[in-house]
Design a protein around this ligand. Structure first.
Ligand code: WTA
Length: 651
């Protein structure tokens, strides 16, 4: 049996320091680390000072009621003023806040003055519908400018938004409306997805029919498709469009709730993660400025996340707008109408900063270099990654094919719960290693612990914990404080348990190893699914891999891998054997998969996370569980067919 909480198996020796030119112009210098270390709270005071406050705060951090934090207590501010009004007042009204590109190719250019007028109209409209400070508003929209406007309008009047991803089902929407007792739902007739209008309104009708708390539904006309109309429904263009374009904002307490965002736990119903005002905006803006090196006057920034996820909240709406960024917002999918759509957009808008997810990067890898190579991507100067561990292979591809070997890559680790980036390189400072999120950003403290709550030290693996409260931390789970304490603060006393496995390499750089429930236990060795996946993807024939631990009489768990081959790969009949040996060679015989299934697709949620639970069902020959949250529920049939024709490939 191993003593380590997690085996430390893969080694990576490549390192990429920032270029001299990048470092010379970077917003963040190494001094930030020293400043934060010298006096952490003074450091956060200074970051909060970049926002515009109506009333200054009196206490930086009140942790007396831990784990319920209060940051910048006594202070008052308005988030929408910080994101919009103050830039207009400072003379930047003509600057573009969002370039919008619809999937069908329709475009909008929204300046900060336009945004102020739209947010003011929407705020007036919400008030006319009786929405008041503290009321909850569910937002169920496609990726269109009205989504950002709706969020900002809620913030402006002190209403609490709960954005529900437009790909979720009526039942998912209903349960979130019910949990938050939302008074208003903001939706659209539909959105455009993969070349077709995708209806949203029927799901809302179904959800609202079963939700007594909802008084009205505000409906944006996006696709023009036919919709059923109920007595609660109001058209956005009629109500919002007829409102005055000015609205007098009010300042709210720093700890006033800003939003709830539901995220899935390991068991039970989704958790409504609660974020508040001053601390959240402080850290969203601070990280956006320093991790993405944003230059408001020259950059064109594109975060590809949907507003239904926390990345869309912090890095499509709040962080970028607080910093007066010019952003690109795109409605559709990367393969519509062709697989080069993203690169076409980078070229068209001269995107300088791109922030996306490893699953997208691996998809582009699979499609081949020719597609990005046929566009001019030289405007790019910085690349970011978020959402899951990025395999070194995908990192290197991102760096060379998309970034032209010129752009620093920031691999940013954080969670819905953390509200903003926690672990990431600083692009002008850190020498990055492909696949590592490197070290906590200045102001953040973490540790890697073993089962006995001891720090593992360099070279060791274990559980990632955050050891000090941070401004954008969740303030609780909506309506369930006990679950908040139980889920995050009881595994290790007084420390935030992130639920992720991680290791520290010899230099102290952090490698994220996936959720701890994705950790396999093979013959007493804990092995991360991520490391086996990375080993598989490092083989030239493999585009993507998902690994699960399946019950095994002999070894506790056996490793079962599902792989997608690259379309241009030249493989023989013995590919399974070749890959098993490849993993054995990369990591060691202990990690050799018991079984490898070559499949055409992997089951993913709409946010791109692989649904390992379903793969475990397949690997353990069980009846498949709930597939309704899959982006494409038919994927499991394809995998099932692959399985029946595959033979178990044990030695
Ligand atoms: C994973 C998304 C490795 C991790 C912002 C975390 C990552 C979960 C990274 C949170 C990264 C996010 N490297 N893993 N750079 N970023 N994760 O709440 O397991 O959707 O706990 O927030 O994604 O997912 P969530």
């Amino acid at each position: 049996m191993s003593n380590e909480a997690l085996e430390n198996l893969l080694h990576e020796d490549r390192a990429f320091p920032p270029s001299v030119e990048f470092a010379a112009q970077a917003n963040a210098t190494a001094a930030l680390y020293d400043e934060a270390k010298d006096d952490r709270l003074a450091f956060w005071d200074k970051q909060a000072g970049n926002l515009t406050w109506d009333t200054p705060w009196t206490t930086t951090l009140d942790w007396s009621n831990a784990p319920f934090a209060r940051w910048f207590d006594g202070g008052k501010l308005n988030v929408s003023v910080n994101c919009v009004d103050r830039h207009v007042s400072a003379g930047h009204g003509d600057q573009i806040a969002y370039y919008f590109e619809g999937e069908p190719g329709d475009t909008q250019t929204i300046t900060y003055s336009d945004l102020l007028a739209q947010v003011s109209q929407a705020a007036n409209a919400l008030e006319s519908l009786g929405v008041k400070e503290g009321d909850r508003v569910a937002i169920y929209l496609p990726m269109i400018p009205e989504a950002a406007v709706a969020m900002l309008a809620c913030a402006r009047i002190g209403a609490v938004h709960s954005v529900v991803f437009g790909g979720f089902s009526a039942e998912a929407l209903r349960s979130r409306i019910e949990d938050a007792e939302a008074k208003l739902v903001i939706t659209a007739d539909g959105g455009n997805r993969k070349g077709k209008p995708m209806a949203l309104k029927p799901a809302v009708d179904e959800a609202v029919a079963a939700s007594p708390s909802v008084e009205n539904v505000l409906v944006v006309r996006r696709t023009g498709q036919d919709v059923e109309w109920t007595t609660k429904d109001v058209w956005w263009h009629e109500l919002v469009g007829s409102q005055p374009t000015t609205h007098e904002p009010k300042a709210f307490d720093a700890e006033h709730p800003l939003f709830i965002l539901y995220t899935s736990g390991t068991t039970g119903k989704p958790k409504g993660i609660l974020h508040t005002t001053g601390g959240y905006l402080t850290q969203a803006a601070y990280t956006h400025r320093n991790v993405f090196d944003l230059k408001p006057d020259t950059d064109v920034y594109w975060c590809t996340a949907d507003i239904g996820w926390v990345t869309g909240h912090s890095y499509v709406v709040y962080g970028p707008l607080a910093n007066r960024a010019t952003s690109l917002m795109y409605e559709g999918t990367p393969d519509s109408p062709h697989n080069g759509r993203w690169w076409e957009l980078v070229q068209k808008y001269g995107v300088t900063i791109l922030y996306t997810a490893p699953t997208a990067i691996r998809t582009f890898m699979k499609w081949g270099d020719d597609i990005p190579n046929s566009y001019d991507l030289t405007s790019l100067r910085l690349l970011g990654s978020v959402g899951e561990p990025i395999n070194p292979e995908a990192w290197m591809w991102y760096r060379s094919v998309i970034g032209g070997d010129r752009c620093p890559i920031v691999d940013t680790w954080w969670q819905t719960e953390t509200g903003a980036i926690m672990i990431s390189p600083l692009p002008g400072v850190t020498a990055t290693k492909p696949g590592s999120a490197m070290i906590p950003i200045p102001g953040i403290s973490m540790a890697v612990l073993d089962d006995e709550e001891r720090e593992v030290g360099n070279g060791g693996g274990g559980y990632l914990v955050l050891t000090e409260p941070w401004p954008s931390m969740l303030r609780g789970i909506w309506g369930d404080n006990d679950r908040y304490v139980e889920t995050y603060w009881s595994r290790f006393a007084g420390k935030y348990f992130a639920g992720d496995g991680s290791k520290l390499d010899e230099d102290g750089a952090i490698w994220l190893l996936g959720r701890v429930d994705d950790v396999m236990n093979v013959s007493g060795h804990r092995i991360s699914t991520t490391e086996v996946e990375s080993a598989l993807v490092s083989h030239p024939a493999v585009a993507e891999a998902a690994v699960v631990g399946a019950n095994d009489e002999m070894t506790g768990q056996g490793i079962v891998a599902f792989v997608i081959l690259r379309s241009d790969a030249e493989v023989g009949d013995d590919i399974v054997m070749v890959l098993r040996n490849h993993v054995a060679q990369e990591i060691g015989p202990i990690a050799k998969p018991r079984q490898i299934l070559v499949v055409p697709e992997l089951p993913k949620t709409r946010s791109g996370k692989i649904m390992r639970r379903l793969l475990r069902d397949v690997a353990e020959n069980r009846v498949m569980g709930d597939v309704t949250t899959l982006a494409d529920p038919t994927v499991m049939n394809l995998i099932g067919q692959g399985l029946s024709s595959a033979n178990a490939n044990e030695d």
